[in-house]
Each structure stands twice: as structure tokens, then as C-alpha cells.
Write a protein that binds this ligand. Sequence first.
Ligand code: SAM
Length: 289
Amino acid sequence: MKPDITRPSVLRELLGRHGFTLKKQLGQNFLIDSHALDSIVDAADIHADTSVIEIGPGAGVLTTRLAERAARVLAVEKDDSLRPVLEEVLSGTDNVTLLFADALEVSLEDWVGQHWGEVKRLVVAANLPYYITTPLLFHILESNLPVSDMVILVQKEVADRLLAKPGGKDYGVLTVMAQWRAEVQRVVNVSANCFLPPPTVESSVVRLAVRSQPPYPLQREAALRKVVRAAFGMRRKTLDNALAGGLSLSKSAVTHLLACAQIDGKRRGETLDLQEFARLANAFVENGV
Ligand code: SAM
């Protein structure tokens, strides 16, 4: 039987034996809680036909569990000094490929196309380094990878933003753009003492079920990004002023666009829901803005 690396003493011994020291700047807070690990694997609904991309395998504690259920796992780790640790933990596991690279820089799409070809079902699972959560989320969601679900452990505050509703303080650009791409659900909250070393913040596992179709008709996603950024850019201003300032447009042009979208310009940007943002973006495109 393999040593249980969710036990802090076992994990410390393993890392120490390979001369590995934890790097705070890479967000190296390793999970040592079986319940949290199982919740990620269960929420990802992994079967024998599922291919998994794991970002940041660390010492391989989640990787091992993913590999037990999945057809195959690609584990992308930036820190090359984890190589001997991962090779030891994954010895005897033949369906894991280790790729030592920065997940934000490597083209996962090219990698999957070249090495796996057609995939039946692809999911992303990760205990994410918090410093890359948002860019990584969009690196995956905006790629052409055929990902059906992402199950990720993130800072609780980020989970709150991903799940926010219009009008609340957490509702922002991240909320709208993530909910546009996926249906978001909180799986479980995870306390700081489930990690070695414990981070200074609480965490949550969230599942993003990637939409196969946009939730509302939209002519151009770039226009949506533009209006959403502008609408949230000046939170204390009314929507008409925020759009005029953020997009360098005249007030009369903005008034016309808002009328086309049937949205009251005296509202605040953060009260608009996904459908209203889509209408506004379409009005921009139709008016050639
Ligand atoms: N999966 C392990 C676990 O649950 O215990 C480790 C998670 S730890 C929070 C994050 C991992 O991501 C670390 O191993 C870190 O070295 C790695 N990492 C940090 N930045 C990365 C990047 N840009 N690309 C790939 N891996 C990265």
C-alpha cells in the first residue's frame, strides 16, 4: 500500500527526503483533507471515459485520486523541483502524463490535440494556486478545449464572486463573464486547516458546468466584454455615465444605445443581469459602435 500523503508527517517526510521546500509565491498549499479531495473528484463526475486536465498537481495527492477513476490525466505543474516527488507518488500509475510548464503559457488545446486527439469527455480539476485563479479560468473557458466541467478549489471570496447575483457587492466582471460561459455551483467550503501549510483565507470547491450554447443571443462576445468592463468600471456612477466615460462616447450616443436595448440609463451597471448585458452588447454591434 502507498503511504498516505494526506497525513502531514508523511507528506513532510516525502518532501524533505527529496529536498523540496514549499514556495509561497507558487501558492503551494497542499491539500491534506480526504473529504475535500473526494468532493473535487465526486463533483467532476469522473468515469472510465473521462479525460482530466489537472493544473498544479503539487505532490500528487489529487492526481492519484483522479487517475483511479479517469481514463487518463494530464497534470501540468510549473515547479520542476516537484518532479522527483511526483514520480515517486505516481509510480505504478500508468495513465498520468506529467507536463512541467506554466499552465497559463502552454497551449493545452495543442497538447490535447497532439497527444489525445478526440476526447469523449474532458474535465479540468484543480486545487488552484490562488494567484492565477482568474487568468487560468479564462485561459480555459476562452480556449477551444472541449471542456464540459471545471471543478476547482478557489479562495472563498472568488467563489462568492463567481456565484454572485445582480445588485450585490460581489457581482462584477468576473461574475458576468464566468456565468456567461458556465453554470456555477458551490460544492463545499473548505477551511484553512485542510491544507499544509494553512493559507490565510478560507476556500471553496466550485463546479463550472460549461454551457454548450450562450444563455442568450449574442452577436459578438468582444462587445459583451467591452460593455461589461465599462459598466462596472465606475461603480458609483449611473450606467449612462459609466458607459460614456468608460467607452469615450457622447452622452447622446449612449442614451440612444440604452434606448435600443430598453435599459434605463439611470440604473447602476451592477444591477444588470446576463440577458440585459447581452441586449446592450447587441445594441452596440447593431449601431456599429
Ligand atoms: N494539487 C496539489 C494539492 O491539492 O495538494 C497542489 C495544489 S497547490 C495549491 C498549487 C500547485 O500549483 C503547486 O504545486 C504549484 O507549484 C502549482 N502552480 C503554481 N503556479 C502554476 C502555474 N502557473 N502553472 C502550473 N502549476 C502551477
